[in-house]
Design a protein around this ligand. Structure first.
Ligand code: CMX
Length: 438
């Protein structure tokens, strides 16, 4: 059955399920919020819904109930390849079903069919300074496509709210289909004298992205398939997912919503950390003067970073309390394809050095590496050394999760998001009558 029909078949029962849940249990408490949570970035407050994935602090992410090792095994692969195809995880995120080879093939063909980028988008991008940060270019490239939003056209034509999901699906599919070419265009204009590489219509979405970036290496195609699967979603509360959802809740179309989400991903505490890891490693190598540093040298460098008031990029997490399974999956890729690479060896030694150093420092609740600690090293190995670009790679992947969620937001009729804020004066006036958490 075509993807859109499969989705439609799921929407009716999901609406009924949520309706019944709200009717029966709508007044039951999920969470209570203390003063420190109100000031502390709402950590741990259960107050939003995301169907596509769920994060366990110890086990890590599960996409629609499946762990990363399970998906690496069970998602369809490219012909002759070993890594899961991103089209498969998108199918899973959107429908909740593990895709067959045919389902994946359909998404590949659908995205290929929709992949042409309107000329005005490329012209708009080409008008930007080439040294503008790639994430800014990427976000603008997404936003420019807003001109042709079907959601906007149908909304203005008087569409009823039960139909919102339909043009949202169409817009999201068009946007996802074009993202690799937008990202590759930014890469080639920023670092390769605007010499663009034409798409190869025989390739899958991830393989074609690798090809359009100009890396002529089949192993890199495999890496990008894995990379695009691993970064796709991390439940609903992280900055890129939450921002996309929040902006979409005003019935802004997916171009506004994703562009805003990408602006959040571009922060150094979130997706930009992958760039920061490489910057930090480069500074370290410059300071320590090439070759393989010792554990003592690395520990000293980490201590210097902390003493200067900076964070160690790629380590720690707002929710996770163990090594990120996305880190482990990339480490396994390295052990297979680049075990002797010097930078990989440094990253491996850091895995031994940073956690005890952070524990000794005594602040971070989670001293273990996250996804960003590893991704850049592999890019360098395949020649993509321009680390300012790395967050764009993350963004192409993250779009799959947040846009699948956005389609479901409209399918379930989720409302405008509008939490209540308080002033410090108001909180001070309330506290005498509040009971402490027990
Ligand atoms: N290095 C140094 N200090 C760290 C740290 C790290 N890697 N991780 C946390 N801390 C510090 C925090 O800055 C905070 O210090 P203050 O009390 O002085 O403000 C303290 O430890 C407690 O923080 P926490 O509760 O453990 O972590 P948060 O939920 O506040 O923040 C995160 C989570 C990811 C922002 C933080 O661990 C961090 O800054 N890590 C480095 C940046 C990074 O790798 N980000 C990528 C995350 C994954 C992603 O979204 O892509």
């Amino acid at each position: 059955m075509p993807l859109k029909d499969t989705l439609l078949g799921k929407i009716g029962p999901a609406r009924e399920e949520v309706g019944a849940l709200l009717k029966q249990h709508g007044n039951k408490l999920l969470s209570d919020v203390d003063v420190s949570q109100a000031y502390g970035g709402m950590r741990g407050v259960k107050c939003m819904v995301c169907e596509t994935s769920e994060l366990d602090p110890v086990e890590g992410i599960r996409f629609r109930g499946y762990s990363i090792p399970e998906l690496c095994e069970r998602l369809p692969k490219a012909k002759g390849g070993e890594q899961p195809l991103p089209e498969g995880i998108f199918y899973l995120l959107l429908t909740g079903d593990l895709p067959t080879e045919a389902n994946v093939q359909e998404v590949t063909e659908e995205w290929r069919r929709r992949s042409a980028i309107p000329p005005y988008v490329l012209q708009g991008l080409d008008a930007l300074p080439r040294d503008l940060h790639p994430m800014t270019q990427f976000s603008i490239g997404i936003l420019l496509q807003q001109r042709d939003s079907l959601f906007v056209q149908r909304y203005q034509a008087g569409m009823g709210k039960y139909d919102y999901w339909d043009p949202m699906y169409e817009d999201c599919m068009n946007l996802l289909a074009r993202l690799p070419a937008i990202a590759a265009h930014v890469y080639r204009r920023s670092y390769h004298n605007n010499q663009q590489v034409a798409p190869d219509p025989r390739l899958d979405w991830g393989g074609n992205f690798a090809h359009m970036m100009g890396v002529a290496n089949d192993q890199y195609k495999e890496l990008m398939r894995l990379y695009l699967v691993l970064h796709c979603d991390h439940e609903g509360g992280n900055v890129s997912a939450h921002t996309t959802h929040l902006v979409g809740s005003a019935l802004s179309d997916c171009f506004y919503s994703l562009s805003a989400g990408m602006d959040g991903l571009a922060g150094p505490l979130h997706g930009l950390a992958n760039q920061e890891v490489l910057r930090w490693l480069t500074q370290m190598r410059e300071k320590l003067g090439g070759g393989l540093p010792t554990k003592e040298q690395l520990t000293q460098f980490c201590n210097d970073t902390l003493a200067s008031g900076q964070v160690i990029p790629g380590y720690g997490h707002a929710v996770l309390r163990k090594t990120d399974p996305r880190y482990t999956a990339q480490r396994e890729f390295c052990l297979k394809y680049l075990p002797d690479d010097e930078l990989f060896k440094i990253v491996s030694t850091l895995y031994e050095v940073v956690p005890p150093t952070l524990e000794k420092h005594g602040k971070a609740k989670n001293p273990w590496p996250n996804v960003d600690a590893h991704s850049g090293v592999i890019q360098v190995y395949y020649g993509v050394t321009e680390y300012d670009f790395y967050t764009v790679l993350f963004g192409v992947s993250r779009a799959m999760g947040v846009l699948a969620s956005l389609i479901w937001d409209r399918a379930l009729g989720l409302p405008l998001e509008r939490p209540k804020s308080l002033t410090t004066a108001r909180i001070k006036s309330l506290v005498p009558n509040l009971s402490p958490r027990t």
